[in-house]
Design a protein around this ligand. Sequence first.
Ligand SMILES: Nc1ncnc2c1ncn2[C@@H]1O[C@H](COP(=O)(O)OP(=O)(O)OP(=O)(O)O)[C@@H](O)[C@H]1O
Length: 251
Amino acid sequence: MSDFLVIDGATRRFGGLTAVDSVSTHVGEGELVGLIGPNGAGKTTLFNLISGFTPLSSGEVRFRGTRLNGLKPNRIARLGIGRTFQNLRVFPNMTVFDNVSVGAFGTHPQSAFAALRRGGRRAEEISERVWRALERSELAGVATELAANLSYGRRKYLEIARALAMQPDLLILDEPAAGLNDSETRDLARFIRSLHGDGLTVMLVEHDMGLVMSVCQRIVVLASGRKIADDVPAVVRKDPAVLEAYLGTEA
Ligand SMILES: Nc1ncnc2c1ncn2[C@@H]1O[C@H](COP(=O)(O)OP(=O)(O)OP(=O)(O)O)[C@@H](O)[C@H]1O
């Protein structure tokens, strides 16, 4: 089995609540995997465990053989895992270009963002990466606009551009379609498929079942922190445990 991303007994407790409960799964290189489940199922917490924003209570996460337990988010990002967040983290009073460079590289004095301000060879390299990410996300034409002037839909792409600027091998998207209308969601589906077509491995948390079922090759289902299904969309959509978990919820 592929050892690209291995989640082995991942568990996270918050006081008496077990938000993620002994979840094990693998993501192979080049896969496009969905993570679904009713509200509070533990999806975002699992993403936080992978990307280092929340420490594991027990279990292990490995990426290309490297144990991620205890590593800081920026170290995990440098290993090749890029992510977006459920709530947009865009700086409205900065330009689109600066949002990508700050978001991707941080504001530490030693960071790439500071290097950009200093100029020189390193600045050129970083600038190229930011431009490539903006072009890939169809934002190059608005690079000098303030982020505040972008539509909500385009700000979502800005978040993705920020993750792309880190040149990840695994891209983790947390509810990218939230708040988008039907036509924006269809565009987003095309965009996610095309990123996957570029060779990126993608993990997607999403409540929009149409999007998940149409773009994902495999779907992992969580309910109350536990994995209840892990299969291709056609099987997951008929799984009795999944149907029961969703009964009475809006999804
Ligand atoms: N920092 C925290 N402190 C305490 N409880 C938390 C924390 N983060 C998450 N939880 C709890 O863990 C459970 C899982 O939350 P999580 O956000 O991972 O679910 P989710 O599946 O992403 O939900 P949604 O679809 O609503 O975003 C919830 O009961 C939540 O209240």
